[in-house]
Design a protein. Structure first.
Length: 255
């Protein structure tokens, strides 16, 4: 077992280099989307244009359905991941399609669109992810019969979080190393965005000190982590906008 495999097994995540040309390719799609949708409509750059959007309009302008990459971009990422990540996890990998509820003819999101999307986190805004594991969202999808189109189950799921622009160790994801081996107490609660998973508050208060920012990550990196690893977003105080991309890699062990 090599260093990356050891780290994935022990801590639940590892940092990997990500090709700069692929990062630029993904960012060019985001610029194209923002231009065609009218978000960039004057001489301001993309960051200033997004920051000028009132909070009341931001959520509607950046729902997940608007932020899907198309399969052309998703397949480029998958090609890289199969070359670089399959040997590390010793599994064949694929990317799941979108959930049935995410299909939109109006927005051009087809049922076979792969579930690869981007995020933008504005400076000093509180709309960041609460502590969770992705496993909890998959369990919620199972409960709601909203699993991805064609999903048949796999041996493991791994999240790939790609830093695109404005990312630093201080404003990126934080993890509780080793938490993918633990039985984390939680439930589902009703929120303004519908039913959402929530980790037990007493457990969070006891374990909050264990959250770790990932030193050594930068804008030519990506982070691979287990879908049961507890993680959270943090308020971005270090750049105008933090752009990132993410996807789940479905892993089937090689014979």
């Amino acid at each position: 077992m090599n260093h990356k495999q050891n780290q994935l097994s022990r801590e639940g995540y590892c940092i990997l280099p990500f090709p700069p040309e692929l990062k630029r390719y993904l960012m060019s799609y985001i610029y194209k989307y923002c231009s065609s949708s009218g978000i960039i409509n004057d001489d301001r750059d993309i960051e200033d244009s997004i920051l000028s959007i009132p909070d009341s309009e931001f959520s509607n302008a950046f729902t997940k359905q608007f932020r899907f990459f198309r399969n052309e971009q998703a397949l480029r990422v998958l090609k890289w991941a199969k070359k670089e990540i399959e040997p590390i996890i010793n599994s064949n990998i694929s990317i799941n399609k979108i959930r049935p509820s995410e299909k939109s003819d109006k927005l051009g999101v087809a049922a076979d669109n792969l579930d690869v999307y981007w995020r933008c986190v504005r400076n000093n805004k509180k709309d960041v992810g609460e502590p969770h594991s992705d496993f909890q969202f998959w369990e919620l999808d199972k409960r709601n019969k909203n699993l991805p189109v064609g999903y048949k189950g796999v041996n493991e799921r791994w999240k790939l979080w790609i830093q695109l622009s404005g990312c630093t160790a201080g404003n990126s994801l934080q993890f509780i190393p080793g938490s993918h081996h633990e039985n984390i107490p939680g439930s589902f609660v009703e929120t303004n965005h519908g039913l959402r998973p929530k980790i037990d508050q007493e457990w969070l208060e006891k374990n909050n000190i264990r959250f770790k920012k990932i030193e050594g990550n930068n804008e030519i990196s990506c982070i691979l982590f287990h879908d049961k690893l507890v993680h959270k977003g943090v308020i971005n105080t270090e750049s105008k906008i933090r752009f990132s991309a993410e996807l789940t890699l479905l892993a089937t062990r090689k014979n």
